[in-house]
Design a protein around this ligand. Structure first.
Ligand SMILES: *Cc1c(COP(=O)(O)O)cnc(C)c1O
Length: 377
C-alpha cells in the first residue's frame, strides 16, 4: 500500500484474471522447471513481433541489456561515437559505454522534450556509428528526420522504446522504425513484468540471430561458443506475465491518454506548460510532465506530496551533470534546454486506472497552490 492517497503505481490493477489465468500458468511452470528458455518465451516473442509488426523479437534480461546487445550486434565498439539526447534515463548512455563507445550528447527541444534533430548534424564526426532516438515519456521522436539523418551519414538507428510501447509514427508502431528497437518491461513501464525483463525488436533477421546468440553466451548449441556473449535471456516466468498483459496494452494506453487529457483540460489557464503530444497515437503517456517556472517547481512538488499526490521529478539531473558521466567533459550550461527541464518539470501520477475524481483532485491541488503562492507575492 502506498502512503499516498493518489499513488503513482497500482501494480495489482494490472492483473485481471490473476487467480484464474495467471497463477495456474505460473504453478505449472514451477513444476515443469523450464524457467529459462521455456516455450512461453518464444510465444511472447512471436506475439510481440505481431503487435509491433516487425520480423523478429528477441527477449533479453532488461532494457539496458537490450540497448547493449543491439549496439554490440550492430558492430558498435571501441573508438566509435553514439549520438543521443542529454535528457534520458542513464541506461541509454551507459549502453554506449558498455560496448566501449563514447556517448555524444545533444540537447532536446523546448516543446517536445525530445532529441533536437537540428543539433545532430553538427555532432556527427567520422567516428559516429549510431544515433539512439529515445521516445521519452512515451512520445515518439521524429522518425522521418532521424531516418533521413542516419541514411545521409551512414549511421545505425537504434530506438530506445523503453517508455513507448504502442506509440506510433505515421501509423506504424515504434520498434521497427530503425535498425533495432530496445524494450524494457521493468515494473514501472507501460507493459511490465514482475521484475527485470526486456527485448530487442528488428526487421533484420540476421541481426536478431546475432542478438540471440550474444544473449545466450554466444552459444548456438550446448558447449559450442562462437562468440564472447552475455547471460541475458527473458525468463519464462516473465514471458507468462507479459503474454497475459500484451492484449491489454492498447486499452491501457488509451486510459493514460484520457488521464493526460483530463490534466491538460483541468490545468488550462494556469502558468503551466506541457510536453507537446504530437499527433494522435504519437504519445502513450508513460509519464505526464508539467513545466512551471524554476522557483515554483520545488514548492509545488512539496505541496502535492504533502496533500497525498505522488508527484515526482524525472529527471532532476541531466546525464551530463551526473558524476558518472563527468569524464565526458560537458559542464553546466552545455545543454540549456535539458537543464531547464530538469529544474522546471515534474511528473503527475498517471496510470490506466487513475479515476477522473483523482485527476480532478490533482488539478485542484495545483490550482490552489499556485493561486495561494501567487497571492503571497
Ligand atoms: C527504463 C529505461 C531503460 C532501461 O530499462 P531497464 O529494463 O530498467 O534496464 C532504458 N531507457 C529508458 C528511456 C528507460 O526509461
Amino acid at each position: 500500500m502506498s502512503e499516498f492517497a493518489i499513488p503513482r503505481y497500482n501494480y495489482a490493477a494490472q492483473f485481471p484474471g490473476l487467480a484464474d489465468e495467471v497463477v495456474p500458468r505460473i504453478a505449472a511452470l514451477l513444476e515443469r522447471g523450464d524457467y529459462i528458455r521455456g516455450p512461453e518465451v518464444g510465444e511472447f516473442e512471436a506475439r510481440f513481433a505481431d503487435f509491433l509488426n516487425v520480423r523478429s523479437v528477441v527477449g533479453v534480461n532488461s532494457g539496458t541489456d537490450a540497448l547493449i546487445l543491439a549496439l554490440e550486434a550492430l558492430g558498435v565498439g571501441p573508438g566509435d561515437e553514439v549520438i543521443m539526447v542529454a535528457n534520458t534515463w542513464h541506461s541509454t548512455a551507459l549502453a554506449a559505454v558498455r560496448v566501449g563507445a563514447r556517448p555524444v550528447l545533444v540537447d532536446c527541444t523546448d516543446s517536445g522534450h525530445l532529441l533536437d534533430l537540428d543539433q545532430v548534424e553538427s555532432a556527427v564526426t567520422p567516428a559516429t556509428k549510431a544515433l539512439i532516438a529515445v521516445h521519452l515519456f512515451g512520445r515518439t521522436a521524429d522518425m522521418d528526420r532521424a531516418r533521413q539523418l542516419c541514411r545521409a551519414h551512414g549511421l545505425h538507428l537504434v530506438e530506445d522504446c523503453a517508455q513507448a510501447v504502442g506509440a506510433r509514427w505515421a501509423g506504424e508502431r515504434v520498434g521497427g522504425l530503425g535498425d533495432a528497437g530496445c524494450w524494457s518491461f521493468a515494473p514501472a513501464k507501460n507493459l511490465a513484468a514482475a521484475g527485470d525483463a526486456g527485448a530487442v525488436s528488428t526487421n533484420d533477421a540476421e541481426l536478431a540471430e546475432r542478438i540471440r546468440l550474444l544473449g545466450h553466451f554466444g552459444q548456438p548449441a550446448q558447449n559450442e561458443h562462437l562468440l564472447l556473449g552475455h547471460n541475458s535471456r527473458l525468463d519464462t516466468l516473465q514471458a507468462i506475465l507479459l503474454l497475459h498483459k500484451l492484449p491489454l496494452v492498447d486499452a491501457w494506453n488509451a486510459e493514460r491518454v484520457r488521464v493526460a487529457d483530463a490534466y491538460r483540460t483541468g490545468l488550462a489557464g494556469l502558468p503551466i506548460r506541457f510536453q507537446d503530444a504530437g499527433k494522435p497515437g504519437e504519445h502513450v503517456q508513460h509519464l505526464f510532465q508539467i513545466r512551471v517556472a524554476a522557483g515554483v517547481r520545488d514548492p509545488l512538488l512539496a505541496a502535492l506530496r504533502e496533500r497525498g499526490v505522488d508527484a515526482v521529478v524525472r529527471y532532476p539531473v541531466p546525464l551530463h551533470l551526473q558524476p558518472a558521466f563527468g569524464y565526458l567533459g560537458y559542464g553546466e550550461g552545455a545543454f540549456p534546454v535539458a537543464e531547464a527541464l530538469a529544474r522546471e518539470t515534474l511528473c503527475l501520477p498517471i496510470r490506466p486506472d487513475l479515476a477522473p475524481a483523482d485527476a480532478d483532485y490533482v488539478c485542484r491541488t495545483i490550482r490552489e497552490h499556485l493561486i495561494d503562492a501567487g497571492a503571497t507575492h
